[in-house]
Ligand binder design. Structure first.
Ligand code: FCB
Length: 445
């Protein structure tokens, strides 16, 4: 049988983030982040998580066994800067130093995210993302991380999913810091995220011309429900609002005009030089994409004239309630490539939460996850045939972990974690991933 080849220059890896796996929240000088104090739905927290801080060697050995080429992980800002004076906490960075060396000796490239939502509590006490001072503060932190790790870490991501950090954290309140602010403040929070991204790009550029840097974005992808002209136009409007609001400042140096008109009285104060900073060219774009969106025209919705109507489609769903529809990746990536020319694209997260079934022998049967991964990777690779420059894929996640407001109930891992014993077990999907990576073929079995 002919299985799709994984191109030689297509990077295959897996991803995690600091607060979701590390535990050891008060070790070596770390102070709390906004997630340490956030009330999750079932009371879970990241105090222990996967105890990766103490078990990183075992975890790197698992990555090596899987044959990962690259590992995407994040640095915890409150480990590096536990206090507001931002004096460097050396033991905090020592941990990442050890991790990076361990990865390199296992022949795995470290791809580092500077910020994956665990904002230091001291920064939140100063207003967090609402306070523009965060931009300078982030720059100080970025410089310290680069100074210590930039000799060995060649690939850097600035912010992970600023949409979640801004909108879920400050509009819906589902994420830390759990605020529900008016539009004016939300748009300011978005602007400050974009500035922080820009300042981190600048930090990387000033550190060395050999390093590569880019953002990690998670645009909601609204597709038209039908082929009617009205629905297609509705999807275009939704795109400008949801994708354009982030991509146009980053790639064109301006907020989209149409949406700016709607929100005119709430627009953020844009200072001189802001848009240049935000739109500094990057080396690649990271995209975290899990599920599609569908919209249709609705005249009564003001001013948008569309509604989110995914619920009308009877698609399979994961444990998160997210719909599964792999072709949305083609729609998303082709448009992003065409509209914004972001350069090489990496899927920096994709995967699914499932109620994994364990048998009496401790084996985890997750054939469904395997199919989810296979069908999505297939899309990402085949887009190369039509000129979309996709360069790699990071499965979310290496390990089951702390899934934010849902705690440990949602399991995304290739590797199962028993939270009582911290025992790691390769799931069926991990063994399949290993076989694919070893033979550079996307097996279907
Ligand atoms: C993304 C986050 C990641 C994880 C996955 C399931 O939004 O970046 O930390 O929670 O979703």
């Amino acid at each position: 049988m002919n299985f799709r080849k994984i191109p030689d220059d297509f990077l295959m890896g897996a991803a995690t983030s600091a607060y979701q796996i590390e535990g050891a929240v008060d070790k070596d000088g770390r102070t709390p982040s906004i997630w340490d104090v956030f009330q999750t739905l079932n009371g879970d927290n990241g105090d222990e998580a996967c105890d990766h801080y103490n078990r990183y060697q075992e975890d790197v050995a698992i990555m090596r066994d899987l044959g990962l080429q690259a590992y995407r992980f994040s640095l915890a800002w409150p480990r590096v800067n536990p206090t507001a004076d931002q004096s460097l906490n050396k033991p905090g960075l020592d941990f990442y130093d050890r991790l990076v060396d361990e990865l390199l000796s296992a022949d795995i490239e470290p791809w580092v995210t500077m910020f994956h939502w665990d904002l230091p509590l001291w920064m939140q006490e100063k207003g967090g993302w609402q306070n523009r001072e965060i931009v300078e503060r982030f720059r100080v932190y970025a410089d310290q991380c680069l100074a210590r790790l930039g000799d060995r870490v060649k690939h850097w991501f600035t912010l992970n999913e600023p949409w979640c950090s801004a909108i879920l954290g400050h509009q819906t309140g589902e994420h830390a810091p759990g605020l529900q602010l008016p539009l004016k403040d939300i748009l300011k929070v978005v602007h400050n995220h974009l500035l922080a991204h820009g300042t981190a790009v600048e930090a990387v550029r000033e550190f060395s011309s050999e390093l590569k840097v880019g953002p990690v974005l998670n645009p909601w992808i609204p597709m038209p429900l039908t082929h009617s002209e009205e629905d297609i136009l509705a999807a275009d409007t939704a795109w400008t609002e949801h994708v354009g609001w982030w991509f146009e400042p980053l790639y064109k140096g301006e907020y989209p005009a149409q949406i700016s008109q709607w929100w005119e009285s709430d627009l953020p104060p844009v200072e001189e030089g802001d848009m240049e900073l935000i739109s500094r060219p990057c080396d690649f774009l990271g995209l975290n994409l899990y599920f599609p969106g569908f919209v249709r025209f609705k005249a009564e919705e003001s001013p948008h004239q569309y509604e989110d109507c995914g619920k009308l489609l009877d698609l399979p769903r994961t444990e998160m309630g997210w719909q599964v529809y792999p072709p949305f990746l083609s729609y998303a990536l082709e448009r992003i490539h065409r509209f914004y020319s972001p350069g090489p694209i990496y899927i920096t997260e994709n995967g699914c939460a499932l109620p994994d079934r364990c048998d009496e022998l401790g084996q985890v049967h997750d054939r469904w996850r395997q199919e989810y991964l296979r069908t999505h990777i297939e899309q990402v690779i085949s887009l190369r045939d039509v000129g979309v420059d996709t360069r790699g894929y990071f499965a979310w996640s290496l390990l089951d972990n702390f899934e934010w407001q849902y705690g440990y109930e949602k399991r995304f891992g290739l590797v199962r974690v028993d939270y009582e014993t911290q025992e790691r077990t390769l799931k069926g999907s991990a063994k399949w991933y290993r076989a694919c990576l070893a033979d550079r073929k996307l097996y279907a079995f």
